[in-house]
Design a protein around this ligand. Structure first.
Ligand code: KG4
Ligand code: ZN
Length: 338
C-alpha cells in the first residue's frame, strides 16, 4: 500500500510518500520560520496562506522523486488536528479533495499520533506495547501505548508544554524562534549549574517515598528564568549560563518522570518523540536512564522529531491498513485528545 501524507498543523508544510513494502519513498518539508521571524511567533493567517502556496508543489515534487503516478497511490493521510484551525483546514481540504479526485480513501490523522509512531520509521523499530514520552510545542505527555489507537495517558502538563517553555525562555533571552534549537546552541557555552532553577513536581513526598505523579508543570520553571533575568544585562556568557541551567532543569524533569512512568508500566521500551526529542542533552540523558533500567529507548531521526509529512503518511498507512477512512465530509479539530 502506498500512502501520501500531508502535514499542515502549524508552520511547516510536510509531504511524504510511504510504501508498506519499500518504506519511505520521498519526503519534503517547507519551514515557514523565516515568514514568522519578525513576529516572535507563528501568525496563524500567514501560516494558512503559505500552506496553500506550498502544499501542491511539494506533493508534485514528492511524487516526481518517488516516480509515482496518482493511480499508484492507495490512500491519502492528512493531519486533522490538533493545531491551528485554518492551517489544518488547508491540508484537510487538499487531502480530502485529491482523494476524491483520485477515487481513493482519505484518512484523518491525529498530529500527536503521528509523532508517537514516528520512531517506527527507523531501522529496528519499537513494537507495541511501550511507554511513550511526547514532547512538543503544544504537548508534554506520557502514555502507556498498548496498540494502535489504544493509548492511556499517564500524565500531561498542567500548564505550559515543555517546548513552549523552551520557546518562551528563548524569547526572553532574545534568541528568536523556534526556541528549542536556539537554547540548545546557546547552552553549549554555558554552565548548567550556574542557576538553581526548580524541577517542578519532582520532589518525592516525605511519606513512604511516594512521588507527586506523572503530570508536568513548566510555568514555574519559566517564571524562575524571568526572575533570574530581571534587571540583568543580556551578555553572551550570561545568556549561555541561563540557557544551560534551564535546559538542564527541563531535561531533569523529563528524565525523572520517564523513570517513574517506566516503574509504573513495567514496559521494556521507551519511545520519545515530538519536537523537543530532537534535544541532544535529553537524548543523552534518556539513553543513560534506559541503560540503568534495562529498557530500550527509541527516538525518531532528529529531522523527524519536529513536524514532518513522513510521520503522517506512516500513521495514515497504519490506520488505512485496518480499514479506517473518512466520509466525503471532513473537519479539522484545533483541539483533539489523543
Ligand atoms: O513537534 P513540533 O515540531 O511541533 C509541535 O507539534 O508543537 O515541536 C516544536 C517544538 C518547539 O517548541 C521547539 O522549540 C521544540 O519543539 N524543539 C526543541 C528542539 N528542537 C525543537 N526543543 C529543545 N531542543 C531542541 N533541539
Ligand atoms: Zn508536532
Amino acid at each position: 500500500m502506498r500512502v501520501l501524507g500531508i502535514e499542515t498543523s502549524c508552520d511547516d508544510t510536510g509531504v511524504a510518500l510511504y510504501d508498506s513494502g519499500a518504506g519511505l519513498l520521498a519526503h519534503r518539508l517547507f519551514s515557514q520560520t523565516a515568514l514568522h521571524l519578525d513576529y516572535g511567533g507563528v501568525v496563524p493567517e500567514l501560516a494558512s496562506r503559505d500552506h496553500i502556496r506550498k502544499a501542491l508543489p511539494l506533493i508534485r515534487a514528492v511524487m516526481q522523486e518517488a516516480d509515482t503516478r496518482p493511480d499508484q497511490i492507495d490512500g491519502i493521510a492528512y493531519t486533522a488536528g490538533p493545531g491551528l484551525a485554518g492551517a489544518l483546514l488547508v491540508g484537510a481540504a487538499l487531502g480530502r479533495s485529491l482523494a476524491y479526485a483520485w477515487k481513493i480513501p482519505a484518512v484523518a490523522v491525529h498530529h500527536m499520533e503521528g509523532h508517537l509512531l514516528s520512531p517506527m520509521l527507523e531501522p529496528d523499530p519499537p513494537a507495541f506495547p511501550f511507554t511513550a514520552l511526547l514532547v512538543s510545542g503544544g504537548h508534554s505527555l506520557l502514555a502507556d501505548v498498548q496498540a494502535l489507537g489504544r493509548y492511556t495517558i499517564l500524565g500531561e502538563s498542567v500548564d505550559d508544554a515543555v517546548g513552549e517553555a523552551f520557546d518562551k525562555t528563548a524569547k526572553l533571552l532574545g534568541l528568536g524562534y523556534p526556541g528549542g534549537p536556539a537554547i540548545a546552541r546557546a547552552a553549549q557555552d554555558g554552565d548548567p549549574k550556574k542557576f538553581k532553577f526548580p524541577r517542578p513536581m519532582t520532589e518525592r513526598l516525605k511519606t513512604q517515598g511516594a512521588h507527586p505523579g506523572l503530570n508536568f508543570s513548566f510555568s514555574g520553571l519559566k517564571t524562575a528564568v524571568v526572575t533570574a533575568v530581571r534587571n540583568r544585562a543580556l551578555t553572551p556568557p550570561f545568556i549561555a549560563d541561563i540557557a544551560a541551567s534551564f535546559e538542564q532543569a527541563a531535561v531533569d524533569v523529563l528524565a525523572i518522570k520517564c523513570e517513574w512512568a517506566l516503574e509504573r508500566t513495567g514496559a521494556k521500551q521507551l519511545v520519545v518523540a515530538g519536537g523537543v526529542s530532537a534535544n541532544l542533552k535529553l537524548r543523552e540523558r534518556l539513553k543513560q536512564l534506559s541503560e540503568k533500567l534495562g529498557v530500550r529507548v527509541y527516538f525518531p531521526r532528529p529531522e523527524f522529531s519536529t513536524d514532518n509529512g513522513a510521520m503522517i503518511a506512516y500513521a495514515g498507512y497504519l490506520r488505512l491498513a485496518v480499514g479506517q477512512h473518512e466520509p466525503l465530509a471532513f473537519s479539522a479539530r484545533a483541539r483533539w485528545g489523543i
